[in-house]
Design a protein around this ligand. Structure first.
Ligand SMILES: O=C(O)CCC(=O)C(=O)O
Length: 254
């Protein structure tokens, strides 16, 4: 049993609860998607040419801090459909935790099976502390490194136990056309697949957390001033510039 591609938010929310992930049909226009993809490919290429690219696992590349690298990425982190579903998982006033790209390159190895909230010591509460979204910039297929996951594993509420062989748990590859967005619960066991094709698989991971969980990326220290200056209230809230109850106060209760 696994989630199906849908544009129906109710169905997506049900899949998230039951399987720990859902698959959304492309939530933006074709031209917006084309611009997003082009920007990521341009930035990734430039980082490789400049010698500053983060390369790993025999052909894979990460491109970090996307908000500093193009306004297209700002639009993707605040996509209203994705945010609505994130709120279902993470509750109100959740935060953006980080935004980066993972490119599974030809020959790239698969990643260890893990859950994204491994930073939290057990026992985990019976709900997600974080949730991720994968913007698929290419068709995701069995062979090109599509994300692999164990449907329903979020309900175990713990990370895989490698000593019990769960590092080899049975996974399925998430196949979907370019433009699809997968949203997944921070407790779900998953991994990048191995890319055995001759073409890269590009994906953007916009990662979110509950309003009281520490963000993966330190936006206060790392964001370019112009990104902060143009942020409206919604964006400031996502970045953590607004308070969550009595957390994140700049000057007492003012
Ligand atoms: O690239 C993927 O398919 C998944 C990446 C991932 O699991 C991670 O970065 O933690």
């Amino acid at each position: 049993m696994s989630a199906n591609l849908t544009s129906n938010k109710l169905k997506a929310a049900q899949d998230l609860q039951e399987f720990g992930y859902c698959l959304l049909e492309c939530p933006v226009s074709k031209s917006e998607f084309t611009q997003l993809r082009k920007r990521l490919l341009d930035v990734a290429k430039k980082e490789r040419e400049d010698g500053g690219a983060f390369l790993y696992d025999g052909g894979n590349q990460r491109v970090f801090s996307l908000l500093n690298k193009g306004e297209e990425f700002e639009r993707s982190v605040r996509d209203p459909v994705v945010l609505e579903l994130m709120e279902e998982v993470l509750g109100f006033n959740f935060l953006l935790s980080s935004t980066h790209a993972n490119i599974a390159g030809p020959g790239g190895a698969s990643m260890n099976i893990h859950a994204d909230q491994t930073f939290a010591r057990p026992p985990w509460p019976p709900y997600a502390l974080v949730a991720n979204s994968m913007w698929m910039l290419d068709d995701f297929t069995e062979d090109n490194g599509a994300t692999r996951l164990v449907p329903g594993s979020h309900l175990l509420c713990r990370q895989p136990d490698y000593d019990r062989g769960e590092g080899d748990a049975r996974t399925i590859a998430v196949h979907a056309p370019a433009g699809s967005v997968m949203i997944f619960d921070g407790r779900l066991w998953h991994q990048t697949g191995a890319n055995v094709t001759d073409r890269p698989r590009h994906g953007i991971l916009n990662y979110y957390c509950r309003g009281y969980v520490r963000q993966q990326q330190n936006f206060f220290a790392g964001l370019k001033p112009e990104v902060v200056e143009r942020a409206d209230e919604r964006m400031r809230r996502l970045l953590g510039f607004e308070n969550y109850f009595a957390l994140g106060l700049a000057d007492g209760l003012e």
